[in-house]
Design a protein around this ligand. Structure first.
Ligand code: GLU
Length: 294
């Protein structure tokens, strides 16, 4: 491959790596190695109340146990609030965001009135109540900052899933960049950090596909280049639910890395025969099927 490749794995330290998050970690490492790229690890601890103290170290140790060693010191989102505020300020200057005073109840009531109540993954489509063109904040204090989504139709191509289309205006509405509790939203932090670290290729779990159109809109708003995306298959539990920390997925035991790596590899349709970790990883890089054009 010509040109530069910078990939990353971006775990939230809300629990240890489980079989599902290990797939994303392995896939992003393999894709970076298969393309002679650099691989970064970013600890997504922007939502401090959800983070567990010390979990970053546990995750980093699990990665190292599996031979997945980042090329640079891990990045911590909690140290970059200034960067997120600067991005928000830039959007404020360009009038691309606006302060919002709505509580969830206000949003529900407004949607009820228009008969448009349609929760999507538990999220409500924002009806635009606080949009500047609709007047002031009705005397209420601002709670959050939202991006004005005007041209919301986004088309992008996933390297595994093919063409994706989402109308963010219709499906999501103006979305939050800074939350009512003063914390920066995941969408803003991810886009700003991927931009700041010049990430060119994002490989992550398919549970995040639905965020990509929003992130692309934000990249455009901030004048950042659009990375290429590859969303990996999810690991399901016996009930057919996505394996997640919320549903109590258990930590992978990386003290014996080969069995857990073999399990992750199967999800990625790799079948590796090797008895040492080094050989295993070399073979996995050789077998990696998602090769970018030369
Ligand atoms: N921190 C997110 C998660 O653990 C991943 C973000 C991303 O890869 O863009 O689900």
């Amino acid at each position: 491959m010509t040109g530069r490749y910078i990939g990353r794995f971006a775990p939230s330290p809300t629990g240890p790596l489980h079989a599902g998050s290990l797939v994303a970690a392995l896939a992003s490492w393999l894709d970076a190695r298969a393309h002679g790229g650099r691989w970064l690890v970013r600890i997504e601890d922007v939502d401090q109340p959800r983070c567990m103290p010390g979990m970053d170290r546990i995750i980093l140790q699990q990665l190292v146990d599996c031979g997945l060693v980042p090329d640079e010191a891990p990045i911590y989102q909690s140290q970059h609030n200034l960067r997120y505020q600067q991005a928000l300020d830039e959007l404020i200057t360009h009038k691309m965001v606006y302060p919002c005073a709505c509580s969830r109840k206000d949003i529900e009531a407004a949607l009820n009135q228009t008969g448009r109540e349609k929760p999507r993954h538990g999220e409500l489509v924002y009806p635009g109540t606080c949009r500047p063109e609709r007047g002031d904040l009705h005397g209420k204090p601002a709670r959050a900052w939202r991006l004005s989504v005007n041209q919301g139709l986004v088309q992008w191509t996933d390297r595994r899933l093919g063409m994706q289309v989402q109308d963010v205006a219709l499906d999501v509405g103006d979305f939050v960049l800074k939350r009512a509790d003063g914390l920066f939203a995941y969408q803003l932090a991810v886009v700003v950090d991927d931009g700041a670290h010049h990430v060119t290729h994002i490989v992550r779990g398919a549970d995040l596909v639905d965020n990509t159109a929003r992130q692309i809109l934000l990249q455009r708003a901030l004048g950042l280049p659009q990375p290429q995306y590859l969303h990996t298959p999810l690991v399901m539990d016996a009930q057919g639910e996505k394996l997640s920390k919320q549903t109590g997925a258990k930590a992978v035991n990386t003290r014996e890395p080969l069995p857990v790596l073999n399990e992750a590899a199967r999800v990625l349709d790799l079948h590796i025969q090797a008895s040492t970790l080094n050989d295993w990883l070399t073979e996995a890089v050789n077998q990696w099927p998602y090769r970018l054009g030369a």
